[in-house]
Design a protein around this ligand. Structure first.
Ligand code: SF4
Length: 180
């Protein structure tokens, strides 16, 4: 599991870096920090990998993160099962740095750049990229996320079969850290 997801993550990072360089875009942090976005993750395999990274941390750091994760969930899911974005910082972000950067999920890796996603028989879905990149002023450079999503779906299907985790998954990073 680890090897295949590692290869996929590496490929995402390389592609993202290559396209960001073509735009001459460097993420240096911004007011509209993407680590404050309410992202839900849908793959058990990514949760297992993130938790594997979390297990490498010392117990004090783990407790600090879990306390932030509990606070995150309390604020995000108040009387609201689906959750509402309150622009709360992800519990893994400390002083602008992701404490589990090598283990971060796919959406954290692909975020920021203008992109497209293709589904058979449908027009491509497109994303504009983050405001910090001012991509509206620049010509679009093709960034098709589809092959990454397809590879992740295959890796997830294999993982579900071997781990017997078949239930639907929709969790924030905070929830992934709090539940086994
Ligand atoms: S996992 Fe890391 S990169 Fe993703 S939102 Fe949290 S701090 Fe940011």
């Amino acid at each position: 599991m680890k090897t295949s997801i590692l290869i996929l993550y590496q490929s995402m990072d390389e592609t993202w870096n290559k396209i960001a360089a073509l735009y001459q875009f460097q993420c240096t942090g911004c007011e509209d920090n993407c680590c404050k976005s309410l992202f839900f993750h849908h793959t058990h395999v990514e949760k297992a990998y993130l938790r594997h990274g979390f297990e490498q941390l010392g117990s004090d750091k783990k407790n600090e993160i879990l306390s932030r994760a509990e606070n995150y969930c309390q604020q995000t899911f108040i009387k609201n099962e689906t959750g509402k974005s309150r622009k709360i910082m992800c519990p893994l972000n400390e002083k602008g740095r992701c404490l589990l950067y090598p283990y971060r999920p796919m959406i954290c890796r692909l975020h920021g750049l203008p992109h497209e996603i293709r589904k058979p028989g449908c027009s491509p879905l497109t994303g504009k990229g983050c405001s910090a990149g001012r991509f509206g002023d620049k010509a679009y450079i093709t960034f098709d996320r589809t092959p990454f999503y397809q590879d992740m779906a295959r890796i997830e299907a294999d993982y579900r079969q071997t781990s017997k985790k078949t239930c639907k998954m929709k969790e924030t990073v905070a929830q992934m850290l709090l539940s086994p």
